[in-house]
Design a protein around this ligand. Sequence first.
Ligand code: ADP
Length: 498
Amino acid sequence: MMVETGELTKLQMYIGGEWVAPSGGEYIESVDPFTAKPWALVPRGNAQDADRAIRAADAAFRDGPWGRMHPSDRGVIIHRLGTLIEKHADELAEIEVRDNGRLLAEMRHQIRYVAKWYYYYAGLADKIEGVVHPCDKPALSFSRSEPLGVCVGIVPWNAPLLLFSLKAAPALAAGNTLVMKPAEHTSATALKLMELVEEAGFPPGVVNVVTGYGKEVGEPLVTHPLTRHLGFTGSTATGAYLYSLAAKDVKRASLELGGKSPNIVFSDANLDNAVRGVVGGIFGATGQTCIAGSRLLLHRKVHDEFVDRLTAFTKAARVGDPRNERTQIGPIANQMQYERVLDYVRIAQNEGADLVLGGKRPEHDECARGFFVEPTIFTGVHNEMRIAREEVFGPVLSTIVFDEPEEAIAIANDSEFGLAAGVWTSDMKLALRMSDRLQAGSVWINTYRDISYTTPFGGYKQSGIGRENGIEGIREYLQTKAVWISTAEEIANPFVIG
Ligand code: ADP
């Protein structure tokens, strides 16, 4: 719920079906990255708020109507939430843009698309079937899939509602209850969504949102003894740390973490499409996506021509107000991230990479106040450089040259990450050989940055554990129970098992 207090909108948390103020009475300013001015006050939750939310979710799971409801009926409510998201998509998009500066045009589209996650998993809710085992004992043994209980979702600021829904839709369809924590900079849409959760008819406590800093309210959610699962999207450092906390109590975790994804362009590729794909891969969302195609691997034969075309195409992109329909690249989402991106530009220059475009704040007036960085292209990068190894999470592209497919594979796989990879070629045999060898959870051939509710998404290596989306996505939120029914007339010898 949002309360206008003079200039700033004061938000409330949503716990156990009630709108609540943070128990510590403190708030965090949410800053509009285009104006660099605060626009909302986000409740600064703490361990007490986290405990209250987890208990509400646990009570809703154990004692509430949600746990007893037939999956078909749960599906109806989840589907209704999807309908409400579509109905309120423009409003949600406006809020998301104020929080993180993503393009309004893209967010209007993305939030309509978010509804599909609820439709898809609503449909799946009553199609989770058990198995009868070909048991070798005088028994009928069958297994069924059951929910885990209280699931915690912790999400970042780059695509708040989408990443929230990638977790919430399957977790709810599996019959769990939820406590979500959005990023401290971008909590407004998750809270707005709770108005729609209420309207959709979720019983109190099934979906809860607490807000605030990770250390103060996120960590107590993860370590709470009643929490059964952590779904996390964010940096590898934070994900690995939270995974270690979850491990202490043997809690399950799905982690979707960082990337340094290669986009590999061969000389026989449709270069017009490849330029568009590379630009979308690294400058879409101002480079602030885990799947950013931040390493461009170019075949030597097309290197110069491709760099020229890429530079010309990127130069023509309009950087500015994310609310303007004509803008193609918006600001960086927050000041800390803005400074980090500029730091990486300096690091790359010191390492000897050649700056061929960008690297600074754009000069025109529209970009004077916000956290803007020009789309930036480096050539002459070697895979050992920090700019090729570390995730920048901004509009910075590093170009590396290669001669042979084997070399491209070696460079692409020489990374601690393995989230995604792109291959641009007209030779389908080559494309399939590459897809075989690339160590990445998603391989895009002649496309980039596609995701869908139907198709599993997740990381190899340090890019994550588990998969979101598709039928595989709901498995993260289920556990198997085997049931044995004896068909024997008598228990012959109780001391000998086998
Ligand atoms: P980034 O902002 O680079 O994506 P994080 O991975 O740190 O970085 O943030 C993703 C989410 O994790 C945010 O919601 C953030 O508040 C949360 N978070 C950060 N640190 C912790 C922590 N120690 N415990 C729980 N949540 C955390």
